[in-house]
Design a protein around this ligand. Sequence first.
Ligand code: HSE
Length: 429
Amino acid sequence: MIGIGIIGLGTVGTGTYKILKEHFALIKHRTGLHIEVVKIADIDLKRRKGLTIEKGIFTSNALDVINDRKVHIVVELIGGINPAYDYILSAIKQGKWIVTANKALLAEKWDKLFNVAARHNCEIGFEASVCGGIPVIRAIREGLVGNRILYILGILNGTSNYILSRMTDEGMSFNDALQEAQRLGIAEQDPTLDIEGIDAVHKLCILTRLAFHSPIKVNDIIRDGISRIEPIDIGFAKEFGYKIKLLAVAKERNDTIEARVEPAMLPVDHPMSNVNGVYNATYVVGDMTGPNLYYGKGAGAEPTGSAVVSDIVDMALRMREGRKTPIISVSMVEKKIRSGEESRVPYYIRFNAQDRPGVLSKISGILAKYNISISAVIQKGRKESGHVPIVMLTHEAIEKNLKQAKREINKLPVIKGESVHIRIEEGML
Ligand code: HSE
């Protein structure tokens, strides 16, 4: 018997418990394993309501799980850095193996966690930390082990994807779409982690480490959220054949890694443009496979519980074989990180300008000074206020130049308010 201890009986904890109970016989049939939940801790006693949990299993003290000799695998599902970090370290020191869905903890404390685990011959499973039910960690670590990974393009945050999808499909404002997402329980009451790209940065940090074997840190990833996106830009994007998505992008070229999470324009015919609503997807390009697309539910009790259970079963199989080391190493080699300023992509830019002769030439003159070449221009209608949106697409430009040109253009007396720039990600098909 492999004993499981769960710390945290929230959404994912409940899903994990339910799957282990309901699919006990199925898992036993497939693997021969007898996997049993022997201890569950949650500070909120009400959480066990509605679940059939036998007497003596539920406790309000996480240490009861960690110290129980019948527990072989500790499943940490409380999230956040502390006390989750302390619980995991003390469980590892007792020789327990760990399964966690805690992306913030992994992103922030990866080196310490895996060093301590290696010293104690323990393993940490984290399939549930990225993209909920989609087995993307296993795909990158095992399925693509014979590839050099060239490129990762992720839609890793369901909340932001839902909001942008509603803005795109229904023409809603950001605030209305956010409020709807909150009413439906998709967005948190404090949505900062999701809408400002922080959650997606944590997930991209994990994927990038696995794909490129370099100890990339949260602060190495360039980040921008979706709250600045306006319906007018979504409309212009459509006219040019693009959709705006919160994209997590990581690429390696010449031993240099570039990683960023930000709203960007993706061609409508790219497969990732059809990832809508709360769905997540990761598009991974291997040098041998070419592009692969992993798509599915990125959150929720059962999908994320399914990922937790996959780690539990994988570990239990290895425990049965008496294997002490992980199948695939997570050791890292430091690589260079490309700063945002040096990055080079095409851009969408929107200026709010006076509609009179010579304005376009003033704008294009400044762009030319910074070596930025225009590939398309739209100017719409004549407004009574005398200001109209002028929208341009550029050929590939260096980010530093683009920002400097924008600052100079903003200072022209014919320009009103702040201009907008959005990256265009062609998506490496
Ligand atoms: N809050 C996350 C999202 C789900 O909106 O995708 C958990 O990772």
